[in-house]
Design a protein around this ligand. Structure first.
Ligand SMILES: Cc1cc2nc3c(=O)[nH]c(=O)nc-3n(C[C@H](O)[C@H](O)[C@H](O)COP(=O)(O)OP(=O)(O)OC[C@H]3O[C@@H](n4cnc5c(N)ncnc54)[C@H](O)[C@@H]3O)c2cc1C
Length: 446
């Protein structure tokens, strides 16, 4: 590990998604001002706006077109200290919002497992966080935004103004045009600290009992061991937290100091190393239950302290699988998925499970819906990983679930169209000049 070179873009050229698979090349056009779009000249090429490339698969990629890099649209426009309503350009990252808002006593309404995503990316995937069961998705906290189309028309979108465009663009996979700015309703805090509790569970049923008992807690999520079998099958650690109610420090976060400097050999990550990691991780907590006040950084962003951690997966990259299965009473589907993963011997140590709540997502194509969601990484080992993901997709479909496009590079067209039967209705909102490798894959017949 070494100290990283100063960089405020947190990602590397050429533009890749977080999984590094697939590798596609497109022309990169940086946008620094909202007036840079649409381009003066017509190229006839497909376009797609991108943020920080924290989507794992190909939803932020194009094969041969123009990627409109939005990180230059990084201005905070307006902030009401009394209400916490922030207006900013779409290339502003959640890390930058936190740097600005935390010292003023405000926090993100919803945050994913990394703060290195842009506001535009958060809206386009209608992201979710550990508080989904009480707060819904990111889009639930976006009262207004502007959408600019390739014909230069500007559409002000809110639940009451151009509502159909509002619902199509939230979770709209970046296909409806360029989001130039958005309003985000922040939530108040009085301290950086999180009142944190971690409880070990021995199996899926205990996980569900803990989830049921903590529906009033603001943040809940669990790490689950997807490698061990036998009596350790589906053991894990259930983590819950709430913003501390006692006033405390409200300073901005220090910058990350560690970075994986180069892509590591893929052989380092294998069944034995992951299995050893999982055993250590599970047993590093001696007691069944642990209670502490912790800083929000390690609670929300445990991996952000090491830049480029995805390089540990080797040069072939990684694939993520995230599904949601609807029933909490019937666990046959999730058990079958977990058993299939365990048997494959391919799972990494990064596996999380959570119960989504039933607040409706505002996006026509949003992924979150009530049920159990499971997300985990796999190193790309070509046919073995692809065959496993095909199987997991088939089980998800069989049990009436869905898969998350932001994490996907393998879903079949038939699966996507069954998970999102509204996709044709959504297609009417797609900007004729916009396209993505993901959309190409899931709307072209196999
Ligand atoms: C470690 C890690 C943890 C994560 N945890 C979670 C999690 O807990 N929950 C969750 O929901 N997701 C999670 N994600 C996924 C991530 O939050 C989403 O993929 C997010 O959309 C990435 O944002 P981005 O700025 O990097 O956008 P990109 O990945 O670059 O693009 C994402 C999508 O947004 C579109 N887009 C970007 N900017 C604009 C714009 N200005 N106008 C129109 N469209 C635009 C793109 O076209 C693309 O479709 C995680 C990712 C990582 C790497």
């Amino acid at each position: 590990m070494k100290l990283p070179a100063p960089a405020n873009n947190y990602s590397r050229p050429p533009f890749q998604s977080w999984g590094g698979y697939p590798r596609l090349s497109a022309e990169i056009r940086p946008l620094n001002w909202t007036s840079d779009f649409p381009p003066q000249e017509s190229t006839g090429k497909s376009m797609l706006a991108v943020g920080l490339g924290r989507s794992y698969g190909d939803s932020c990629l194009l094969d041969g077109g123009i990627l409109l890099r939005t990180r230059g649209l990084d201005r905070l426009i307006d902030f009401d200290q009394h209400t916490g309503l922030l207006r900013c350009e779409a290339g502003v990252s959640l890390a930058e919002i936190l740097d600005f808002a935390v010292p003023r006593g405000w926090f993100l309404p919803v945050t994913p497992g990394t703060k290195y995503v842009t506001v535009g990316g958060a809206i386009a995937n209608d992201i979710h966080g550990k508080n989904h069961h009480v707060a819904g998705t990111f889009g639930c906290h976006v009262p207004r935004f502007e959408l600019v189309r390739s014909d230069a028309s500007r559409i002000l979108c809110s639940p009451t103004q151009n509502a159909d465009w509002f619902h199509a663009t939230i979770g709209g996979l970046g296909l409806t045009g360029l989001i130039t700015w958005a309003e985000v309703q922040l939530r108040p805090i009085v301290s950086r600290k999180i009142d944190y509790r971690a409880t070990k569970f021995r199996n899926l049923n205990e996980f569900l009992d803990l989830s049921q008992a903590s529906t009033g807690v603001e943040y809940t999520v669990a790490w689950i061991d997807c490698v061990s079998s036998g009596r350790n099958f589906t053991r894990g650690i259930f983590m819950q937290g709430s913003h501390a109610s006692e006033p405390g420090v409200l300073a901005p976060s220090p910058k990350p100091r560690l970075s994986v400097p180069f892509t590591l050999p893929a052989v380092l990550l294998n069944h034995y190393t992951v299995s050893a990691f999982n055993t250590l991780y599970y047993h590093r907590q001696f007691t069944r239950e642990k209670h502490a006040f912790v800083d929000y950084e390690p609670f929300f962003y445990p991996l952000d302290s090491i830049l480029h951690w995805n390089r540990i997966y080797g040069k072939e990259g990684l694939l993520q699988f995230q599904c949601v299965l609807p029933s909490l009473d019937d666990t046959r589907g999730i058990t079958e998925i977990l058993r299939t993963i365990t048997r494959s011997g391919l799972a990494s140590f990064l596996a999380v499970i959570k119960v989504f709540g039933n607040l409706p997502s505002p996006g026509m194509m949003s992924f979150p819906r009530p049920g159990i969601t499971l997300a985990l990484d796999f190193p790309v080992r070509r046919q073995a990983t692809f065959a496993l993901l095909d199987k997991l997709g088939a089980i998800t479909l069989e049990y009436g679930g869905s898969m998350y496009p932001a994490k996907d590079a393998r879903m079949k067209a038939s699966q996507f169209q069954a998970f999102y039967p509204q996709w044709q209705q959504f297609s009417r909102f797609i900007d004729p000049a916009f396209h993505s490798a993901f959309w190409q894959r899931v709307t072209t017949h196999e």
